[in-house]
Design a protein around this ligand. Structure first.
Ligand code: FEO
Ligand code: CA
Ligand code: CA
Length: 628
């Protein structure tokens, strides 16, 4: 979900603008030739450009037209890229070495034989039917293979998939809900699908399974960790906690569960009467109008002005753990991981067997976080304790010299003890705590991923307001102002993910590709494969007439190739593979923004069908490893 129109809620003033002239693009390692050229360009134009910035918004981004040599082939990536000459259009373009099929579009039955919606523009599903269908807004996902006699299958498993959002005009066929039925339809289209899939006769499909289920906005959920039982999560009316919302990117744990991440939850709340926002509401973006979904008109739970539902909004904005192999499991919101606009949750096993979770908070000038479990994850589970319930939550500060620190969000910190009553409040208002500790405001942190060598990557998708009046200017970690196309930052923690210090560099500045065959912008989805390839999926403005796309990079050489280009006005997201890595699943979200005049994907263009979010199943024609 790309948002260009949102108000800034972080006015904490971290990183004062006066630091700009001290900035340099510090390089722990400069790996890509293009990056070296880009960094040089930035440095040589730095002082005069910084003066321009000081005088107002710069006229021209100095990286707008870089002249750079693109790296040469490395051997890790051998597929024929989708050429720039194929840019744009209503259909998918994929490398000539690959093919794809479409799986589980919005409206497909969760179980074979269940209700179906096929994109007929004259009708919509009922709310009850939608609860038994694949939702809309396909985003983060993970494939959990069936395991038989200790062997993981590459032909069968559970696909857990997030349904981030669907605008009313798309889902309901009208802009404002006219009834509770409309609201329920919208709510049931959001959430998560856990769906059993197999490959038979060469193609993937859903199969009937007791494990398949829908989790949506009205599914019972539970809380655990420091905020569980806190009055901050209780509503005066006594309502039990229900639902997950705006499920963006995802993660998965070493113990085999799925993590779904609640991002723009603020947009679903509104106020039917006079309502006054607290500073915490403002910092989290809650407003009387929200995104205009209008749920509050028929569902009191989403009415910020309803006294029976005070604190309902605090129940959203968490990372939620789902067991893909137990359809009766209550999804658990793991409060130790903090509450913010969670993008994703990349889990690594750090020194001492600790579970370490890297997380972005996607808003302009928001932060990157990590959580470290209190002990070895296997030992904790043996004691009956979730590794995601006890541990330390940190927020990142990126120093200009290429070092960084993880600042612990703990009630034991004097600044936080002054502001908050307890650790429950610290995690519930993690953004406010992070402001107080001086975290570095970033250019919209999206996905994180952990490479096999221990490097962690995070997409900073773009920030068209960096350098605007009253807002932070460029710094070493976010060197462009405005940053219209985004970049990817990389760090390595000391003590193998455990340490509170790290070194970092910028892996790639998207604008440096714009004069090249591999042009892209707005990196969002990331996945580092076991060989070290970095898959990059985009969501937002693209150069050269391109639709959103997926590329593959070799971090060792900086080589970059376009694997696929999605249909018009979609976002490409959700990257997961089978254990043999011969099949990759990814998602096309909001194709054509729901407009059949732009595309009817996955139906043929011109059919008049409403375009529907769907999963793409991608394979190499020679059945080699995907990405190679
Ligand atoms: Fe849901 Fe930040 O993308
Ligand atoms: Ca995005
Ligand atoms: Ca995203």
């Amino acid at each position: 979900m790309d948002r260009e129109d949102e108000v800034i809620t972080n006015r904490s003033g971290n990183r004062p603008f006066g630091d700009v002239l001290q900035v340099h693009v510090s390089r722990r390692r400069v790996l890509a030739g293009s990056l070296a050229a880009a960094a040089g360009g930035f440095l040589s134009s730095g002082p005069s450009w910084a003066a321009d910035v000081e005088a107002g918004k710069p006229e021209q981004d100095p990286l707008d037209h870089p002249q750079v040599d693109r790296p040469q082939a490395s051997g890790l990536i051998n597929f024929q890229p989708v050429p720039l000459s194929e840019a744009g259009g209503a259909e998918v373009s994929i490398s000539a070495d690959y093919d794809y099929e479409v799986l589980i579009p919005w409206g497909d039955p969760l179980q074979p034989g269940g209700p179906v919606y096929d994109g007929d523009p004259t009708t919509r599903p009922t709310a009850a039917d939608q609860a038994e269908m694949i939702g809309i807004g396909h985003d983060g996902m993970w494939f959990f293979p069936y395991v038989h006699e200790g062997k993981e299958s590459s032909n069968a498993g559970m696909l857990c998939i997030n349904h981030e959002f669907g605008r009313n005009n798309h889902v309901l066929g009208r802009g404002i809900p006219g009834s509770l039925e409309d609201v329920r339809l919208s709510q049931h289209a959001h959430g998560v699908s856990v769906v059993a899939i197999v490959r038979r006769d060469g193609s993937w499909r859903q199969i009937r399974s007791p494990y398949s289920r829908r989790v949506h906005v009205n599914t019972p959920v539970a809380f655990s960790g420091p905020a569980a039982g806190s009055r901050l999560l209780e509503t005066p009316g006594g309502g039990e906690p229900l639902g997950t919302l705006n499920n963006c990117a995802s993660g998965h744990t070493p113990w085999g569960t799925y993590l779904t991440c609640e991002e723009n939850v603020h947009g679903y709340f509104g106020a039917t009467e006079r309502w006054t926002a607290t500073p915490e509401h403002e910092r989290y973006g809650f407003s009387a109008g929200g995104f205009g979904y209008g749920w509050e008109k028929y569902d009191r739970r989403f009415d910020l002005a309803d006294p029976d539902y005070t604190n309902e909004e605090n129940r959203f904005g968490w990372v939620v753990e789902i067991d893909p192999w137990n359809a009766r499991q209550t999804p658990i919101k793991r409060t130790a991981l903090g509450r913010f606009r969670h993008e994703g949750a990349a889990v690594a096993v750090g020194e001492g067997g600790r579970a370490v979770v890297y997380m972005g908070d996607d808003q302009r000038f928001d932060y990157i976080y990590k959580f470290v479990s209190a002990d070895d994850w296997q030992a904790m589970r043996a004691r009956g304790v979730s590794p995601l319930d006890e541990g330390s939550l940190y927020v990142a500060r990126f120093n200009d010299d290429g070092t960084g620190e993880w600042l612990e969000l703990t009630i034991d910190h004097p600044l936080l003890a002054d502001r908050f009553a307890d650790q429950a409040a610290v995690v519930t208002f993690a953004r406010v705590a992070a402001d107080l500790l001086g975290a570095t405001p970033m250019d919209r942190p999206e996905w994180t991923t952990v490479a096999p060598n221990g490097d962690v990557y995070c997409s900073l998708t773009n920030n068209d307001q960096r350098g605007d009046d009253g807002l932070p200017g460029p710094d070493a970690a976010n060197p462009l102002a405005p940053n219209l196309s985004g970049h990817i930052i990389r760090w390595r923690d000391d003590q193998h993910h455990l340490g509170t210090t790290f070194s970092w560099d910028i892996f790639l500045i998207a604008a440096t590709t714009h004069d090249s065959e591999d042009a892209f912008g707005s990196p969002d989805g990331l996945w580092a494969d076991p060989d070290g390839r970095l898959f990059i999926a985009t969501d937002g403005p693209q150069p050269a007439g391109l639709n959103d796309q997926m590329l593959v990079a070799d971090p060792a050489t900086g080589e970059l190739r376009r694997l696929l280009e999605g249909v018009i006005s979609c976002e490409v997201t959700g990257i997961t593979v089978t254990p043999d890595r011969r099949t990759l699943f990814c998602n096309l979200q909001h194709p054509g923004n729901g407009n059949p005049a732009a595309t009817s994907f996955p139906a043929p263009f011109g059919s008049g069908k409403i375009p529907r979010d769907a999963t793409l199943v991608i394979r190499r024609k020679d059945r080699g490893i995907v990405g190679s």
